[in-house]
Design a protein around this ligand. Structure first.
Ligand code: GDP
Length: 304
């Protein structure tokens, strides 16, 4: 992740070393290189344009602070702007004043929601919470069973439409909104302080799926709606994120498959176009391949 972007940016900054003062031509050449590196890393075009514009404006407009040479000053500006588009401060989960805290997961099929549900539950359990998973993805064959398996591995309770569901057909004809609502009720009854509701996705953005997600959101009024997105989807990330922003008004982003050889652009694009913070990163298929996302650390990793 980000290796090639990182290399390209450091080569660009190296060209500025030893310069006493940056001319407008130096800044323009640097910004051009930054722009190309970001586009090659699959960052969405409008995001690159805004980002490059801000870097140029600041690099030309700001006084170089005493201790920094011009090259360091540009790195500092790029770093601050990267942290900014990744969401600024590290954003933690907002816990409800009156438990249970309700967390809803949304995203395309295959994005990594079900896997994330297990990882998040395990993480929260490790912090002393008592989470329960709710299987409201009744679309995908096997999703309920998959969540039950994940829950078992994480050592957390799972609420499924019909405990011990025998046929997938039976699950598919259930009502996901009712399951989600009952799941939250179950959490309240059994004194779980956090409910994580897994929902159905489709391979592409689809009106019916989005309506279902919106209906679930309306029924359970979640404290957090986490949009899970596969970091490998590249340029498609922006349109998908915008559709989910409109459809379910998510409160935070989870980047999954950050372990892959994705060029990382999706990470920068999604946070930037939606203005929602990236909160977690999923970095593998195992339950422990999970990290809290720190914008400043990610920016430093990119600029390392
Ligand atoms: P869902 O349809 O959104 O619930 O997606 P799943 O959780 O079923 O994940 C789809 C596939 O991606 C599964 O094969 C997972 O094992 C895999 N997967 C999920 N998260 C990650 C991750 O962070 N890294 C990698 N390499 N694979 C992942």
């Amino acid at each position: 992740m980000f290796n090639s972007l990182s290399d390209r940016l450091s080569a660009t900054f190296k060209n500025l070393r030893g310069k006493g003062r940056l001319s407008e031509a130096d800044v323009d050449a640097t910004v051009r290189e930054i722009r190309r590196a970001l586009l090659d890393a699959d960052v969405a075009v409008p995001v690159v344009r805004d980002f490059a514009g801000r870097i140029r404006e600041r690099a030309l407009g700001e006084e170089v602070s005493g201790a920094l040479n011009p090259s360091q000053q540009v790195v500092k500006i790029v770093n601050e702007e990267l942290v900014g588009i990744l969401g600024g401060e590290t954003r933690r989960l907002r816990l409800a004043k009156n438990p249970p805290t309700v967390i809803m997961l949304a995203g395309l099929q295959g994005a990594g929601k079900t896997t994330l549900a297990g990882k998040l539950a395990k993480h929260l359990k490790g912090e002393g919470h008592s989470p329960i998973l709710v299987a409201a993805d009744l679309q995908r064959p096997n999703a309920v069973t998959q969540l039950q398996v994940v829950g078992q591995r994480a050592g957390v309770a799972v609420f499924a439409p019909h405990p011990g569901v025998q046929s997938e057909l039976e699950a598919a004809t259930g009502d996901p909104v009712a399951v989600a609502r009952e799941g939250v009720e179950e959490a309240r009854r059994k004194l779980h302080d956090i409910v994580i509701v897994d929902t159905a996705g489709r391979l592409g953005v689809d009106a019916e799926m989005m309506q279902q997600a919106a209906d679930i959101r309306a029924a359970i009024t979640p404290d957090e709606v986490l949009f899970v997105i596969d970091a490998m989807i590249g340029q498609d990330a922006v349109n998908t994120a915008k559709a989910f922003e409109e459809g379910v008004d998510f409160t935070g982003v989870v980047l999954s498959k950050l372990d892959g050889d994705a060029r990382g652009g999706a990470a920068l694009s999604v946070a930037s176009v939606t203005g929602r913070p990236v909160m977690f990163a999923s970095t593998g298929e195992g339950l422990d391949d999970f990290e809290l996302f720190h914008p400043d650390r990610m920016a430093s990793r990119i600029l390392d």
